[in-house]
Design a protein around this ligand. Sequence first.
Ligand SMILES: *Cc1c(COP(=O)(O)O)cnc(C)c1O
Length: 389
Amino acid sequence: MKFATLAVHAGQRPDPQTGAVNVAVSLTSTFQMDGIGKLRNGFEYARSDNPSRRALETTIAALEGGKHALSFASGQAASTAVLDLLEPNDEIVTTSNIYGGTYRLFHKVYQKYGITVRVAEKTTPESIQAALSEKTVLVWTESPSNPLLTLLDLAETAERIQKFRNKKGEKPLLLVDNTFPSPAFQNPLALGADIVSHSCTKYIGGHSDVIGGAVVVNDETLWQQLKFYQNAGGAVQGPMDCYLLQRGLRTLPLRMKKHEENAYRVAEFLRGHAQVEEVFFPGFEDFPNHQLVAKQMRGLPGIVSFKIRGDLETVHRFFAGLRLFILAESLGGVESLLCHPASMTHAALPESERQKVGITDNLIRLSMGIEDADDLIDDLQNALEIVNN
Ligand SMILES: *Cc1c(COP(=O)(O)O)cnc(C)c1O
C-alpha cells in the first residue's frame, strides 16, 4: 500500500471485539495472566508492551518501511536507548551539524561512561569514512540537519561504511535522525541506514501537543537489543500520547505537503529581501548538494533558516515585530514557529563550536505551519520593516 493509505490504516484497523474504528487508549498498567508464565494476549506489564504502543509502533514502522519500531517518551529517550547499546571505549562518529540535545547527550552524559565522540571534519560521506576508527561502533547523522539544513548523501554514506570493520569485527551502525523530513519525505532504511530515529514531538505528532520519540530498524537482533533497553530504561511513550501521535500520523502526508509549499514561498520571499543576509533552504537550486533532494527525498520539510542583516539587537526587534509567527522551541506543528538557535535549540554547544558550525547570533530558524503562505509572508515583511525603523 502507498504511504497515505498506510498513514490511515497501518496498525489502526477497527477493533475486532467492538468495531471501534480508533485504537483504544489502553489505560492499564498490567494484564491478567492465565497462569504462571501464561500470558493471555501477549501482554504482561505496560512498560514492556501494551496495545496502544504496539499500534503506534506498527504504524511508524510501516511508514518508515521498516520491520520494527519502538516508541519512547521523547526523541531524547529514543536516542538514549540507542546509546545504551554502546560500551566503554566505543566511539561515535558524527558530524558537526546535529541537534543540540544530541550533542549534549554525547558530551555531557555518555562521554563520562568512556564513550568517545569523533566529529567528521565535513558533513560528507568521504569525511565520515575518514573519521572511522577501530573503535567506531556508531555513525550518527542528520539530513537535512538542524538548523542549517545541510544535506548528506545517505546512500553513499551507508556504502562507505558497509565494508568497514571495527576491532570487534563489526560494521559500525549507521543512524539517521529523520525528524526533519519525517517518514513522509525520506526513508533512510531503504538508503542503507541501520537505525532511523525520530523526535515524534515534531512532524509526526504535528500539533505541538505531545513529546515523543521513536526508533525504527529492520534487523531482528538490533530490535531485540533496543527493546531490551526500552524496557530496562523504561522511558516509554504513554498510551494517551500514543493515541495523539497516531492521530497526528493520519494527516502527516497532507500536512507535509502544505509545510513544504509554505517553505518554498517563504524562502523565495526572504531571499529577495534587502534585510536578509542569507537564506538556508535546500529547495534552492544553488543550495549545496541540492541534487540530493531529488536523489533521496520526496519533498522538503517546512523549515527555512536565515541570517538577518544585523546583530542580536536586530533579532530582538524583528521578533518583537512579529504578530503571527510564535517564538518557541520546537517545529513541525500546524502553527508557524520561529526560534533563535544560538540561544535556544543549540545553546548546549559551546560558543566556539557554534561559530564553527555557522550558528551565529543573527541566525533565525522558521518552522512553517499550515497557515496561508500570504499571511506568513505579510507577517515577516512587517517585522523586517520594523527592524529598519
Ligand atoms: C527535537 C529534536 C530532537 C529531540 O527530540 P525531543 O522529542 O525534544 O526529545 C532530536 N533530533 C532532532 C533533529 C530534533 O529536532
